[in-house]
Design a protein around this ligand. Structure first.
Ligand code: NAP
Ligand code: ZN
Length: 371
């Protein structure tokens, strides 16, 4: 992905007289220490390949919080920042070349809104690795200048290739988080061959973690959840875990040494990953999807003796995202959501920081109309 450079830092103002754009309502942060507050933003009028969507629900990802508070040194935030990349809505307009969508359809958008389309990554359906990709927010906006603005808004305009279909049996508020929390966990779970009989660990029971449990369980794995929150044990079992380990309890951790095929780490804050590496069996893999800014320390011998590996994984490509949504339709999987009005977004962020979400906030965007 390409991220903001000097050229975009100065272009967050826009001219209301420019042609080919309209004004949308949004919630934006003016700075790293600011609360999210009502604002207006420019959106381009749909071009021939574009789909315009009235946003119905937008999930709150912990990445929104990291970005709004400028916590990632690799991806500095350009303000005003309108986060949100778990978007479900209704199509209001389509360009003349659009074939998959028509006004009235339900449509969804995740973390990416564009890529170059012709690099090796795009050609193999791995747009998430495109060197010229555009993220849904805080990426340079080639159409309007400035940066892209995300889903905490009443509408968005996106190139058709990046617009997805939601199976009709899924609840829309619960489907929105599939667009990031869903694909970010589904993709590494599939890549690392999670199937029936594999022992799979999920570290952290938040938005990503609860989706990982659902997917690994649906694929027939033996799922063990590691949590710092004893009050989540019953929920973990209800979501599909076979066992729950309180990760701060060394004795409980010790019982699982050398036993896991795969562990997915979804933790958003600094923590010790070595205590999980020793739980992997020979050739086991631990994949990091959680993205705290501070680098992890890794004990070399924890990897060497059992040829274990640590890797990372970003979201997933467009084809795989559609595959994941169809898998959710078939297995009736959605996120467990607390639906909130946009006016409660700042309180929701504070609860995220306290690991107090059951298990994803989904913003009902109709609440923005009254703003
Ligand atoms: P979340 O809902 O806030 O869940 C994070 C969970 O991590 C918490 O519920 C908590 O689970 C655990 N946790 C939090 N602080 C901890 C600490 N100090 N020590 C140990 N465990 C702690 O967040 P999320 O939306 O799932 O996102 C998780 C991370 O993934 C974020 O860093 C986000 O930016 C990143 N992310 C990455 C990608 C990607 O493409 N790789 C995509 C989306 C999100 P327990 O209460 O169970 O301990
Ligand atoms: Zn996300």
């Amino acid at each position: 992905m390409s991220y903001p450079t000097e050229s975009v830092m100065t272009t967050t103002q826009f001219s209301s007289e420019s042609r080919g754009q309209y004004t949308a309502k949004a919630y934006a942060a003016a700075g790293a220490k600011s609360q999210l507050a009502p604002n207006t933003i420019p959106r381009r009028d749909p071009g021939e390949h574009d789909v315009q969507i009235e946003i119905l629900f937008c999930g709150i990802c912990h990445s929104d919080l990291h970005q709004v508070r400028n916590e990632w040194s690799a991806m500095p935030t350009v303000y005003p920042c309108v986060p949100g990349h778990e978007i479900v809505g209704r199509v209001t307009k389509v360009g003349s070349a659009v074939t998959k969508f028509k006004p009235g359809d339900i449509a969804a958008v995740g973390c990416m809104v564009d890529s170059d389309g012709d690099c090796e990554e795009c050609q193999t359906g791995l747009e998430q690795f495109c060197p010229h990709g555009t993220l849904t927010y805080n990426s340079p906006d080639v159409h309007l200048g400035g940066v892209t603005y995300g889903g905490y808004s009443d509408s968005i305009v996106v190139k058709e290739h990046f617009v997805l279909r939601i199976p009709s049996n899924l609840n829309l508020a619960g489907a929105a988080p599939l667009l990031c929390a869903g694909i970010t966990t589904y993709s590494p779970i599939r890549h690392w061959g999670v199937t029936k009989g594999k022992k799979v660990g999920v570290v952290g029971l938040g938005g990503l973690g609860h989706m990982a449990i659902k997917f690994a369980h649906a694929l027939g794995a033996n799922v063990v959840v590691f949590t710092t929150s004893p009050n989540k044990i019953e929920d973990a079992l209800r979501l599909g875990a076979d066992q729950v380990v309180i990760s701060r309890n060394r004795d409980e951790m010790g019982k699982h040494v050398n036993s896991f095929d795969f562990i997915l780490d979804t933790v958003s804050a600094e923590h010790d990953i070595n205590s999980y590496l020793q739980l992997l069996r020979r050739d086991g893999n631990m994949t990091l999807v959680g993205a705290p800014d501070k680098p992890h320390a890794v004990a070399a011998f924890g990897l060497i003796f059992k040829r274990r590996s640590v890797s990372g994984s970003p979201i997933g490509g467009i084809a795989e995202t559609q595959e994941m949504l169809d898998f959710c339709g078939k297995h009736n999987i959605t996120a467990d959501v607390e639906v909130i009005p946009i006016q409660e977004v700042n309180e929701a962020y504070e609860r995220l920081l306290k690991s107090d979400v059951k298990y994803r906030f989904s913003i009902d965007m109709s609440s923005l109309k009254s703003q």
